[in-house]
Write a protein that binds this ligand. Structure first.
Ligand SMILES: [Zn+2]
Length: 133
């Protein structure tokens, strides 16, 4: 189904939807599988990113998060948030790399959106400078 609404409108609607009391877990997922930025803003998943897309979004000011086990971030590990200046300096230097190792962790990058802006969320064996070491 195609929507004529902008993604910002969709986010605003999700954020303001009164539901069962929402447990805000800043910088992490709550039990219901909702992800929050470090300020407690609810995020909505937009889709997958290429490595070039990830670089582009961070250069434009997206926040950057990473979880290294490849679980998606909701299985108990805590996402690591890279601070803004460090993230932009990584993006200025180049794109991340997805290391595809046999028996390695599931590895992908996705884009999330909150009212405060977009978030690039890297999973698994992503290499970007020394940020995810
Ligand atoms: Zn994980």
């Amino acid at each position: 189904m195609r929507s004529h609404r902008s993604f910002a409108e969709i986010v605003a609607e999700v954020v303001s939807t009164p539901g069962p009391e929402r447990v805000v877990r800043p910088g992490s997922f709550n039990r219901e599988g909702e992800l929050f930025d470090p300020d407690g803003g609810l995020l909505v998943r937009r889709g997958l990113l290429t490595v070039g897309g990830a670089r582009h979004e961070v250069r434009r000011g997206a926040r950057l998060a990473w979880e290294g086990c490849g679980c998606g971030g909701w299985a108990g590990c805590a996402p690591v948030w890279v601070d803004g200046p460090a993230a932009r300096s990584l993006a200025a230097d180049g794109s991340p790399r997805l290391r595809s190792r046999r028996n390695g962790a599931p590895t992908w990058i996705d884009l999330w959106q909150g009212e405060a802006g977009p978030v690039v969320f890297a999973h698994g064996e992503v290499e970007w400078g020394d940020a995810f070491a």
